[in-house]
Design a protein around this ligand. Structure first.
Ligand SMILES: [Zn+2]
Length: 251
């Protein structure tokens, strides 16, 4: 699918538009410039991905590649804030790209009506990736693909009132989730909309650090939005992890 550059780009002064970010010592003009030059792939544009996309577009990311083959259904409206009742039945990537482009015409947005599998993930060529999917199998595919091609990525997940953010590096996703058959579909445990927003907010900060060449938090962040409890779980490399030994199941 082609990018939506058909939208006329309004004249925008980045120094004005992003002044409240640039003034942050954590961002600065140089970090903003790096963000505006960055291309990010978002895998899954539902409860996590659509929120992540909105934040990145508002912050002025350079380009976004959106991957999902789902249609919008009524139950999405509870938490997927850029979709409305008129969008039910339409493709998520198409509606999201349209709404994002209205927010910031300066971002290059490319919707891909694609279900990410071990075959289709080879289409993803962005230098940064956000895992916003809802199942472990796709996460394991993302983990292997990013490990093999050395692509920095952020894992985000929610279940009930708990959100998780993890930046794989020395420790990969498979190191932690080796007992994958014990993990089910997180959508079955219910979803509190605020959990998605808080989880994505933390994930986007870690993504910015990767883009700006700063060291991300390497513990696994667990956020309980009901109790307001935030934990940093220490993670360590699993010596039995095949992915870390470059023995891939999917590639
Ligand atoms: Zn590993």
């Amino acid at each position: 699918m082609t990018s939506l550059s058909i939208f006329s780009k309004k004249k925008c002064n980045p120094r004005v538009r992003y002044e409240h970010q640039i003034s942050l010592p954590e961002i600065t003009a140089s970090g903003q410039k790096q963000l505006q030059s960055a291309r990010v792939a978002i895998i899954g544009v539902g409860g996590l991905g659509s929120i992540a996309a909105e934040l990145l577009v508002r912050m002025g990311v350079g380009a976004l590649d959106l991957y999902d083959d789902d249609h919008i259904v009524e139950s999405n409206l509870q938490r997927q804030t850029l979709f409305n009742e008129e969008d039910i039945g339409q493709k998520k990537v198409s509606v999201l790209a349209r709404e994002l482009q209205k927010i910031n015409s300066g971002v290059t947005i490319t919707p891909h009506d694609v279900l990410i599998t071990e075959d289709s993930i080879t289409q993803v060529d962005a230098p940064f990736l956000l895992d916003c999917v809802d199942n472990v199998r796709t996460r394991l595919i993302i983990n292997e693909y990013c490990h093999k091609h050395n692509i920095p990525w952020i894992h985000m997940a929610t279940a009930g009132t708990t959100g998780t953010v993890f930046v794989p590096g020395e420790v990969c996703f498979n190191c932690i989730y080796a007992l994958k058959e014990e993990l089910g579909d997180c959508t079955k445990s219910g979803i509190l909309p605020t959990t998605n927003h808080i989880t994505v907010s933390h994930g986007i900060i870690e993504l910015f650090k990767l883009i700006a060449g700063k060291e991300p938090v390497r513990t696994m962040l667990r956020i309980n939005t009901w109790s307001h409890n935030i934990s940093h779980l220490a993670v360590k490399r699993n010596p039995l992890c095949n992915v870390c030994k470059k023995k891939y199941d999917y590639f």
